[in-house]
Write a protein that binds this ligand. Structure first.
Ligand SMILES: Nc1ncnc2c1ncn2[C@@H]1O[C@H](COP(=O)(O)OP(=O)(O)OP(=O)(O)O)[C@@H](O)[C@H]1O
Ligand SMILES: [Mg+2]
Length: 255
């Protein structure tokens, strides 16, 4: 058997991308991406617009197919379709910039639906878990409302609870706070900080440098479809190696 790289204290890597390539027509959006995320690790992905960050996240739970290379979660290649794909989507929780809640379902129903349909839980158990999670993200009192009746920050916290309800192995966040008013950003970041402290494996696309500095184990800087730098937050912010990263940081830190 081939011995794979193992991070000390873990049981190997939870997510492994090997030589992943993706095109949209003539546009090469993911160029030979190699990325490993260990169990319990928090990876922040940052970089200029159009660099492929969202496509990378979407590829990890197969909302986008890839042209070549391999993606494995927990040692298994991504399934292509059917029940296994639904299970993968539950294992890989995803929170988007736009909250993506079901508009015609209550908050409680939003958080129970997947548990019942995909995880085959009975309604009572699903509701119990949903209420506990809504409490944990601070929106327990909103359970019977519809998404449109909530603030953006509350909706985003419901979206996090909904993903957590599936007992995911990893959580992907794609700019979860960038559509929020400034006063709501922190309430969402705090929930994410808490998750990170509890040991959730997370990949987070964000321009929130405070979050990156305090929660990330590693920063991955992506530009033009490539991983250009991959290092600790301290190292990245204080001493970026490439001109591309220096240029990007000077723009986001001084405006
Ligand atoms: N469905 C699609 N069809 C065609 N091109 C696409 C599609 N989705 C993304 N692209 C293109 O792929 C490239 C990478 O897009 P992506 O959304 O992954 O970038 P990003 O790093 O997330 O950018 P941003 O910071 O603006 O969110 C861009 O040039 C984008 O226009
Ligand atoms: Mg994006």
């Amino acid at each position: 058997m081939v011995k794979t790289h193992e991070t000390p204290g873990t049981h190997g890597d939870l997510v492994v991308l090997s030589n992943v390539n993706k095109h949209f027509g003539a546009l090469h959006v993911l160029k030979d991406i190699n990325l490993r995320i260990a169990r319990g690790e928090v990876v922040v992905v940052i970089g200029p617009s159009g660099g492929g960050k969202s496509t990378l996240c979407r590829a990890i739970n197969r909302l986008e197919t890839i042209d070549s290379g391999e993606i494995a979660i927990d040692g298994k290649p991504l399934p292509a379709e059917g029940r296994e794909l639904a299970a993968l989507r539950a294992d890989v929780g995803m929170v988007f910039q736009s909250f993506n809640l079901f508009a015609h379902k209550t908050v409680l129903q939003n958080v129970t639906l997947g548990q019942i349909k995909v995880r085959k839980k009975d309604k009572h158990a699903a509701e119990e878990r949903a209420r506990a999670l809504l409490d944990r993200v601070g929106v327990a009192s909103q359970a019977d409302k519809y998404p449109a009746q909530l603030s953006g920050g509350q909706q985003q916290r419901v979206a996090i609870a909904r993903a957590l309800a599936m007992e995911p192995k990893i959580m992907l966040f794609d700019e979860p706070t960038s559509a929020l008013d400034p006063e709501m950003i922190n309430e969402v970041l705090e929930v994410m900080q808490q998750l990170a402290r509890e040991g959730m494996t997370m990949a987070v696309v964000t321009h929130e440098m405070g979050f990156a500095r305090s929660a990330a184990n590693r920063v991955v800087f992506m530009a033009d479809g490539r991983i250009v730098e991959e290092t600790t937050p301290d190292q990245f912010f204080s001493n970026p190696r490439t001109d591309r990263a220096k240029d990007f940081l000077s723009k986001i830190l001084h405006h």
